[in-house]
Write a protein that binds this ligand. Structure first.
Ligand code: ADP
Ligand code: MG
Length: 559
């Protein structure tokens, strides 16, 4: 029987495919399972519109079988199957997707969840197999056919026997080489792990015969060998479930299962968006700062699924840096993926989702601040610094998003207050929002510069984080009140009439000040009498933009 040749372009494509499109070999299983799931979806879909066809969920599943001795891995499905023509057209022509055609034909109608679109996924099987055999019987057909190929040099199609409708794909797994291990694709535990990783939320059961040893029932020291069929995937993803059916514990379990963190999440956000963008997401605000959070090693991002199939572990584009602590996942049906699925096209949908998510996180945090103050302060202790960095790195509108989420320790009761709380509590004659910087609250309280402000009955914000002052310099003002360091030259506080510096006093000390200035010539610019001191004899103040604390930090920075 004559071997049919792949089209010339196809031949090149196949080689390229095997060597370069996919970054990881293990995804061949994701691709074959996606195809099987599509095939079952097509039957399901036909049943929706065809009264003669009943869809009984129990009859539809995907089964994986590994034969270590024979070096074969077999994946069968009870899907719609392929006719001889289908085998020719869909497997004989690379980059032709029968599933995309199906989707287009049935675009107007609801009810399917088809994953395929590029017409290349199938060939990823050649990354791990020397020979790929496909035996298929199409729905409504009495005949079955066998398609077989060793890769680039073509394929054969011959009649075959198959009792039931569906498709069976047999991979002859490659022999190990010095550099590459293929045996792992015959190991149960490895296959299970790959299914869990990429295909856990495929809507149909993925079954596998699993063998092992376990303690005998009712006995501690006796073991038994067992072999049983197990369903590996969990099928219904938690994010497709109704919020009302889920408990906080369900979300916490998901957080732990996914290893988003070792802590318990402070808050979860379950989104089911149905507007301009359609997506589902579960997001978490962690309780504690990951150990590497403020280092270069930390990588922000959310898991990205397309229709229940994992596309990317950490999609950074979904989160602004200042919400980089958020963990979780997004599932959307209408993303434009590139051929390897590992990358996204520059996608308008994705941008919309990211914007949407940012706003949800922001309003959750605002809600928490309003209604669950303790929780919010806990959050702020872990990630407040990140928010302040967000304000500092502002190139556009972050400030507006973030300024209401900021908190600083106030001189009054030494509690955290928001800028809004500070401004609302300001006496009428107070012009500025005052702050004082230092290493610790203790140190700040000893600053002579705070006295005059406190004496006036004004509150001072204590800045102990090195980013604090840089952040508010970006804000400049809050609700039209400018920020003012207590060590700046002009505090905007009117001295009482009796306290006004008389010219005489100024002249009295003139010689002394000149002498002091001469001695400190390289350290200070000027020496002046001051009315802001009460119990301290002297203090340092600055003129211009930078405060003493900021200068210290800038000097300490590597150039
Ligand atoms: P895609 O899934 O992107 O369409 P693939 O290369 O993975 O591309 O598959 C090509 C086509 O082969 C599919 O569109 C589908 O028509 C057909 N096909 C592949 N696997 C199966 C299967 N298990 N059952 C039925 N049809 C299949
Ligand atoms: Mg596919």
């Amino acid at each position: 029987m004559a071997k049919k040749q792949f089209k010339a372009e196809s031949k090149r494509l196949l080689e390229m495919m095997i060597n370069s499109i996919y970054t990881q070999r293990e995804i061949f299983l994701r691709e074959l399972i996606s195809n099987a799931s599509d095939a079952i979806d097509k039957i399901y879909y036909k049943a929706l519109t065809d009264d003669n066809l009943a869809f009984n969920a129990d009859n539809y599943f995907i089964k994986l079988k590994a034969d270590r001795a024979g070096r074969t891995l077999t994946l069968s499905d009870t899907g719609i199957g392929m006719t001889k023509e289908d085998l020719e057209n869909n497997l004989g022509v690379i980059a032709k997707s029968g599933s995309l055609a199906f989707k287009k034909e049935n675009e107007a109608k609801e009810g399917h969840n088809i994953i395929g679109q590029f017409g290349v996924g199938f060939y990823s099987a050649f990354m791990v197999a020397d020979v790929v055999t496909v035996i298929s019987r199409a729905l409504g057909s009495e005949e079955a056919f066998k398609w077989e190929s060793k890769g680039a040099d073509g394929y054969t199609i011959v009649p075959a026997d198959k009792e039931t409708v569906g498709t069976e794909i047999i991979l002859k797994i490659k022999e190990n080489t010095e550099d590459d291990n293929y045996d792992e694709y015959l190991e149960e535990y490895r296959l299970k792990a790959i299914i869990k990783k990429y295909s856990d939320f495929i809507r149909y059961p993925i079954k596998m015969d699993v063998s092992g040893r376990r303690p005998k029932e009712g006995s501690d020291d006796e073991f038994e060998e067992y072999q049983e069929e197990q369903t590996i995937n969990s099928m219904v993803p938690i994010w497709r479930k109704n919020k009302n059916e889920l408990t906080t514990e369900d979300y916490e379990n998901f957080y732990a299962e996914k290893r988003y963190g070792f802590d318990k999440p402070l808050k979860h956000i379950h989104i089911s968006a149905d507007g301009a963008v359609v997506y589902k997401a579960i997001l978490f605000i962690p309780e504690s700062t990951p150990f590497d959070y403020y280092t270069k090693e930390y990588e922000k991002g959310l898991e990205l699924y397309s229709n229940g199939v994992l596309i990317m572990n950490k999609c950074g584009d979904l989160l602004p840096d200042y919400f980089g602590f958020v963990k979780g996942m997004v599932d959307s049906e209408d993303l434009s993926l590139n051929i390897s699925r590992e990358m996204l096209q520059h996608d308008r949908q994705l941008t919309l989702i990211a914007k949407n998510i940012k706003n949800k996180i922001k309003s959750q945090l605002q809600g928490m601040l309003k209604d669950e103050r303790d929780k919010y302060e806990q959050f702020y202790k872990s990630f407040g610094r990140q928010l302040k960095f967000g304000v500092y790195n502002d190139y556009g509108t972050h400030k507006d998003d973030l300024q209401d989420l900021l908190m600083f320790t106030s001189s009054k009761e030494k509690k955290l207050v928001t800028l809004d709380e500070y401004v609302s509590a300001m006496p009428e004659d107070q012009k500025y929002i005052y702050y004082a910087s230092g290493e610790s609250i203790d140190r700040i309280e000893k600053l002579p510069q705070t006295e005059m402000v406190l004496d006036k009955g004004y509150e001072i914000l204590y800045f102990t984080d090195d980013v604090d002052e840089f952040a508010i310099k970006m804000l400049m003002a809050y609700k039209e009140k400018e920020f003012k360091s207590v060590s700046s030259g002009d505090l905007g506080i009117e001295p009482d009439a009796a306290d006004k510096q008389t010219e005489e006093e100024e002249n009295d000390s003139k010689d002394l000040f000149e002498a002091m200035k001469a001695i400190l010539s390289d350290k200070v610019k000027n020496v002046k009498a001051s009315k802001r001191l009460k119990s301290h004899p002297v203090c340092l103040s600055t003129e211009g933009e930078l405060t003493i604390e900021m200068e210290k930090i800038l000097k300490a920075m590597p150039n």
